[in-house]
Design a binder for this molecule. Structure first.
Ligand code: PEP
Ligand code: MN
Length: 346
């Protein structure tokens, strides 16, 4: 539900509306605006009696239902794009954000070299997995806390904020000590206990789309995080499973445009996992800029053929630098479009 108060409603009137919402068994989520206050609330079941009761109050202008099954994350709930501030960068704002780094943190020299070169190449955040979800139990599982410590060192050296995956609810407090953004991997997109724990932890989250998940399911998972107290959620399209075998996954580029219509949350593309091939990363990155993504998450490794995971899709440091240079004019156009007044809806 969205309840718009009449102009200059008093504190007592706003409090009364919130009390009435709670009496009906619903939760008040946000109270925004100064002159004209808008209250966001959600709950289960038929909200009609509540809407009618609220509209009968003289200081309520309008009370409307949110028709989407995902409430807080929908555009109906909030028209303007959400901007998530991380280490001085505004994700979802007027800066195209690039998150870059290795698939896995492997050792000190690997992560330091990568961090230094992606920082020099223009990345805004450093990625690197310390807890790795691997298909085979015999594959490298990540350095775990040791990896987190190395990421902290890399942050101290470069100033880049850290994005790293948390695989289990149990590890949320530990990973949150080191990470600026907690990544929830594709395989965990519907690990609801993990989503709730990340919702409660107070750190921004980067939620990757499950490889067999619909856009609606992605948004429902984001809703879990927001409903549990954390509205700083960045969505990540990383390709889905289709019949196509030429690429590791099929990049659902249209999902970015669809998400921009359906949600106010920022959306980034991961061209590395979407394609599985480093040669396809730069062209797909251009597509992300052109379609209006808020940023990219790219795998980079100083020596991809020796990478412990995902070498085939990792750019070398030099390839990353060149890609960033090639993207520069496109990003300038992206910025112009971002700063232009919103087009009238047709
Ligand atoms: C990753 O980012 O390294 C990763 C494991 O990605 P995904 O969860 O999208 O497979
Ligand atoms: Mn990877």
């Amino acid at each position: 539900m969205i309840i718009s108060m009449r102009r200059n409603a008093t504190r007592e009137e706003i409090d009364h509306v919130c009390d009435r919402i709670r009496e009906f068994g619903y939760k008040v989520h946000s109270i925004e605006g100064e002159e004209r206050v808008v209250i966001g609330a959600v709950g289960i079941g038929d909200v009609t009696p509540c809407l009618e009761a609220l509209e009968a109050l003289p200081y309520v202008e309008k009370a409307v239902r949110i028709s989407a099954p995902y409430k807080f994350v929908s555009r109906e709930f909030k028209r303007e794009k959400s901007v998530i501030k991380v280490n001085g960068h505004a994700i979802g704002g007027d800066e195209f954000i690039v998150i870059a780094g290795p698939c896995s943190v492997e050792n000190e020299s690997q992560i330091m070299e990568t961090a230094e070169s992606v920082a020099a190449g223009g990345a805004h955040l450093l990625r690197g997995g310390a807890f790795k979800p691997r298909t085979s139990p015999y594959d490298f599982q990540g350095l775990q806390e040791e990896g987190l410590k190395l990421l902290r060192k890399a942050k101290e050296a470069t100033g880049l904020a850290i994005v790293t995956e948390v695989m289990s609810e149990r590890d949320v407090p530990l990973v949150a000590e080191y990470a600026d953004v907690l990544q929830i991997g594709a395989r965990n997109m519907q690990n609801f206990m993990l989503l709730k724990a990340v919702g409660a932890c107070g750190r921004p989250a980067l939620l990757k789309r499950g490889m067999s998940s619909t856009i609606k399911e992605l948004l429902m998972s984001a809703e879990y995080i927001v409903a549990h107290g954390n509205s700083s959620v960045i969505l990540c399209e990383r390709g889905i499973r289709t019949f196509e075998t030429e690429t590791r996954n099929t990049a659902d580029v249209a999902a970015i445009a669809a998400l921009n219509e359906l949600t106010h949350l920022p959306v980034v593309l991961d061209p590395s996992h979407a394609t599985g091939k480093r040669s396809l990363v730069p062209p797909l990155s251009r597509a992300a800029v052109a379609i209006g993504a808020d940023g990219l998450m790219v795998e980079v490794h100083p020596c991809p053929e020796r990478a412990a995971s995902d070498g085939a899709q990792s750019l070398t440091c030099e390839q990353f630098r060149r890609m960033m240079e090639d993207l520069r004019p496109l990003i300038a156009l992206w910025k112009q479009a971002r700063l232009a007044p919103a087009p009238v809806a047709r």
